[in-house]
Design a protein around this ligand. Structure first.
Ligand code: PLP
Length: 481
């Protein structure tokens, strides 16, 4: 009986051997993958940033995994059907939304994280991986100005990081289901919609959201906030959280954090700062000053896949007092009993919704170690200078800017002498997308259809901005004809 079973096991092991390629097969696969990656990077400068046509190609929807394929055939499939159409976010011409990065060293970090498959959720399982993630959280917390007693987590992005913050705030303020329809959140129309989603997921669908008046730079007006909180209290509502922006998506607005923090303290409100886009600008002295009271916030979100140029899939949430994060997320399970004695370092699983998690810290740690902080500062500085350059040049072309840029996003539009400005800019946007050499996106601000220049890719240089300006001139003139 046992010998029969042993024989079956051996046969299964032999049959599944493809899952464990030997050295030569690994090398062959590596060479092919690397050759493709190199060709992809080398051709970037000659390719478009956005290709619109061909959405009907459904080759990659194929669900037939019944037989093995050679790696060169599979890579060919990706090259032919995945690379295009769509946006090419690895391209320096990606100036839409908030561009992500894609540092090469981060890809190497992902490769090593996957090959070693370190279990980064629990200190007991991989002290080294957890130490790396906690070191990155500490480094980011120091940037924000948190000194000690803070907690944090590396998430898959800003949306999940904001969800963690909202959930933590809800529990720290001891809101219970019976309070939800009286709970009040204060923010502005500049808030990222992931906050609305986070409120819903956190059970707060019925809460009251107050969009407070903003100034000409789309920043919250503190006096209006103060007045609204007082009115709400008088009406028997439960003000509990302010969500401020440190770099809003639409225009890069930075709310007056010092005044907001004073109001939060006066009324016992949780202050959350969404710095998903703007947070790593704290590496620059100018922004340390502009955002100086960010250290007063109860929680802050920063996205390394924005301001540190990492590939998509990396956000960070920081909470000023670790205990609040633990209250919201620490849990014990019988089958995890062997892990609890190891308490040298906080385990990510105790401060986040995740248990098994990708060792995503490695893609951040490797570039920081290899290149050092200064290279990141220099690159952010370049984006600042390119934004100034664009702001001047686009106005010379006859475009109006909607407000003075505070960071590296510029909202602008062309107002024709006759006809509807929104219609004109929509058509301009279509023409820009059909062209695709450089990719930009648009938004609505107070009923105005505006174009956006969002400069955050580490690959964006002056030649990309010049190409964009040439496109804006060409397509505007064609439309005016
Ligand atoms: C200010 C801000 N907050 C949150 C988010 C959401 O982050 P993610 O796309 O990483 O989930 C974004 C995305 O652009 C953002 O700009």
């Amino acid at each position: 009986m046992i010998s029969e079973l042993t024989e079956q096991i051996k046969q299964s092991q032999w049959a599944a051997r493809a899952l464990e390629p030997d050295h030569d097969r690994r090398k062959e696969a590596n060479d092919i993958v690397q050759e493709y990656a190199e060709a992809f990077l080398e051709k970037l400068r000659d390719t478009k940033t956005y290709i619109q046509a061909g959405y009907d190609d459904a080759t990659l929807s194929d669900t037939d995994f019944s037989h093995p394929h050679d790696i060169d055939r599979v890579i060919h499939l990706l090259e032919k059907h995945m690379e295009n159409p769509g946006i090419n976010p690895a391209h320096g011409g990606h100036l839409g939304y908030i561009p992500g990065g894609g540092l090469y060293a981060a890809a190497l970090g992902d490769y090593l994280a996957d090959v070693t498959n370190k279990y980064a959720g629990v200190f007991f399982a991989s002290p080294g991986a957890v130490r790396i993630e906690n070191a990155l959280i500490e480094w980011t917390a120091k940037l924000v100005g948190y000194e000690k007693g803070f907690g944090g987590n590396i998430t898959s992005g800003g949306s999940i990081a904001n969800l963690v913050a909202v959930t933590t705030a809800r529990d720290a303020k001891q809101l219970k289901a019976k309070d939800f329809d009286r709970a009040v959140v204060y923010t502005t129309k500049q808030v990222h919609h992931c906050i609305d989603k986070a409120l819903i997921i956190a059970g707060l669908r019925e809460c009251v959201v107050r969009y407070i008046e903003t100034d000409a730079q789309w920043r919250i007006v503190p006096a209006a906030l103060q007045q609204q909180v007082e009115e709400d209290k008088n009406q028997g509502l439960l003000p509990f959280m302010i969500v401020a922006n440190a770099g809003s998506t639409d225009v890069g607005a930075i709310d007056p954090l010092q005044e907001i923090s004073a109001i939060a303290k006066q009324h016992g409100l949780w202050l959350h700062v969404d710095a998903a886009y703007g947070g790593y600008f704290l590496l620059l002295d100018e922004y340390k000053e502009k955002m100086k009271s960010i250290s007063e916030a109860d929680s802050v979100v920063l996205d390394p896949h924005k301001g540190l140029f990492l590939p998509y899939g990396t956000g960070i949430v920081l909470v000023k007092q670790l205990k609040h994060l633990q209250n919201a997320f620490a849990y014990e399970a019988n089958y995890m009993q062997d892990t609890v004695a190891m308490t040298d370092s906080i385990s990510p699983a105790d401060v986040s919704p995740e248990l098994s998690k990708h060792f995503r810290g490695l893609r951040m740690w490797l570039p920081l170690k290899l290149y050092g902080e200064q290279a990141f500062r220099d690159c952010l500085q370049e984006k600042m200078l390119l934004t100034k350059y664009f702001t001047n040049k686009v106005q010379e072309l006859g475009y109006e800017i909607i407000c003075e840029p505070e960071m590296t996003v510029v909202a602008y539009r062309f107002v024709p002498q006759t006809g509807d400005a929104n219609e004109f800019n929509k058509k301009l946007m279509d023409a820009m997308h059909k062209d695709g050499e450089i990719f930009i996106s648009s938004t609505m601000l107070d009923g105005k259809f505006v174009l956006r220049f969002a400069c955050l890719s580490f690959r964006t240089h002056i030649e990309h901005v010049d190409k964009l300006l040439a496109m804006l001139r060409r397509h505007k003139e064609e439309l005016l004809k």
